[in-house]
Design a protein around this ligand. Sequence first.
Ligand SMILES: Nc1ncnc2c1ncn2[C@@H]1O[C@H](COP(=O)(O)OP(=O)(O)OP(=O)(O)O)[C@@H](O)[C@H]1O
Ligand SMILES: [Mg+2]
Length: 616
Amino acid sequence: MTATTTAPARDEDDDRTPPSDDPFDQDQLPTPPGATGVLLRSLLSPMRGRVAVTALLLLLQQAAVQAGPLLVAYAIDRAVPAFRGDDNGPLIAVAVGYLLCAVAAGALQYAFVTASARVSQDVLLDLRGRIFRHAQALSVDFHERYTSGRLISRSTTDVESLRELLEEGLQELVMVILSAVYISVLLLWLDLGLGAVAVVSFVPLYLLVRSYQRRAGRVYRKRSTAIAAVIVKFVETMNGIRPVRAFRREAVNDAEFAVLNRRHERTNGDALLEMARYVVGSRITANTTVALIVLWGAYRVADDTLELGVLAAAVLYLRRLYDPIDRLGMFLNSYQSAAASLEKIAGLLAQTPSVPEPSAPRELPERRSGLPGREVVFDDVRFAYRTGGEVLPRFGLTLPAGQTVAVVGSTGAGKSTLAKLLARFYDPTDGRVLLDGTDLRDLTGRDLRREVVMVTQEAFLFSGTVAENISIGRPDATRQEIEQAAKEIGAHDFIAALPDGYDTDVRKRGGRISAGQRQLVAFARALLADPAVLILDEATSSLDIPGERAVQRAMATVLKGRTAVVIAHRLSTVEIADRVLVMEHGRIVEDGSPAGLIAGTGRFADLHRAWRDSLA
Ligand SMILES: Nc1ncnc2c1ncn2[C@@H]1O[C@H](COP(=O)(O)OP(=O)(O)OP(=O)(O)O)[C@@H](O)[C@H]1O
Ligand SMILES: [Mg+2]
């Protein structure tokens, strides 16, 4: 094991350090006091019994191991003299006893390693699952603050440092501490003076370990930040490979990466240097103690105040005591880094969704027959993102059930914000968003997702087949229903032309599904989900103009029978709306029918005129 493998993946974003320019350091997640302990207990308590058995196995194993030097002392001081006096009984007893201890120690070690491996695997399994489930359940605004890079680092690097501790460090650490206790007691019992020297030698060793920990902790923290920076740079570059190519950023990126890479290398060197200093210091202390004991012991043997066997046993014990000291610094590091990791994981798991599930959920009344969709009301809503000023100042709006409303306005006006509030990605800072009179905050997430669906520009496809992607909103849909939805949207022809039709894996052949086709799949998905309220945020932006007629048809199909909010820059899509809202700076500045607004003299009339001129 080298210092690199125990690489305490510490604090690449130590959540307690003050803010800095490092992207990993920004927006700390403070771990509430006690959260780490609560997490640890909740992880271990289901396997309390097994932990106890594992501990017992270790105690017994150490007892068997530490019996060896005692038997040697007995052999030298009793069995050999007896053998000289023609009694070979004690010698045979010692040999048999030694053998039995060795066999018992081996068997117990095997049992202990197996038992502890099972415990640690179960802990890690549980922890990984919890991180995933929890992160997935957290609100959108959390994910905007806490980058996916940090989440990845929580579930990989941090879990990995726990794994290292559980699988390698912890056993050794406990063994070292346990054997130190056993050996000190045995030495003190064998000979108070020799035992006292050994115990006193713990003082400089302890100071050495502490100082190493402090210094190494600093170095490791720096190194983890350096590693994280390398990873972030790597991920960012590869994620943005298209703009990188388009803007010829390769050379700049190479240079930036080289700097980060070198910084990582330097901190690595520093870490190894600290390790080397520690190893040298601890060896000098250990060997000095052994030399002192041999010297003093020899005097006393000569004086007949100490038996030779006891001195031999003492030296053997000291060797056992000091041998693992070299590695103790490393175990402690892996312990420290695992503790820091656990703390960060606990901080993540202690986060509560800012868009919480209702404690007393309310059911929506059945969808009224005859009146399709549901009424949407923004009741005196104010909203500000966590970072930044108020985006919606006192916003009131009523959309009658079944109405299709188009929202237009310049970039940054707050259109998408409006949509995200309606889909309850965020809760209003003040006021309420009502669906048929019920506050969105009183609906369960499940009900809400059934009632309100948002289709955005990205039209994200999950790995899986095209059919699976269409049926996400209604997993129980039959193939026939899926194809029906695709046909109504006008996506059937291109899907049927894919290599495996509806069974084509979108990731494997992702390149074959264009942005426009993805949007059609997203429309089919929305149609099949059949929500009461549908929000389209720039959802037609990738569909081609020649297909405009088809787009209009697809839109009309998907909007029929529901309340719809359509955000679009393209005015042709606006024409199918019953009502147009023009937004500026979070306010509605115009509100009316498309024809009415076009006939007027407002902003929409200007926009429309400019658009018509551009077509001519
Ligand atoms: N996640 C966010 N955190 C902080 N501020 C945000 C966030 N999203 C949007 N904003 C800010 O809120 C304001 C409104 O943004 P919004 O996305 O609603 O605009 P939009 O009308 O949809 O614009 P566009 O037409 O460009 O899509 C902008 O000033 C934007 O900077
Ligand atoms: Mg937008």
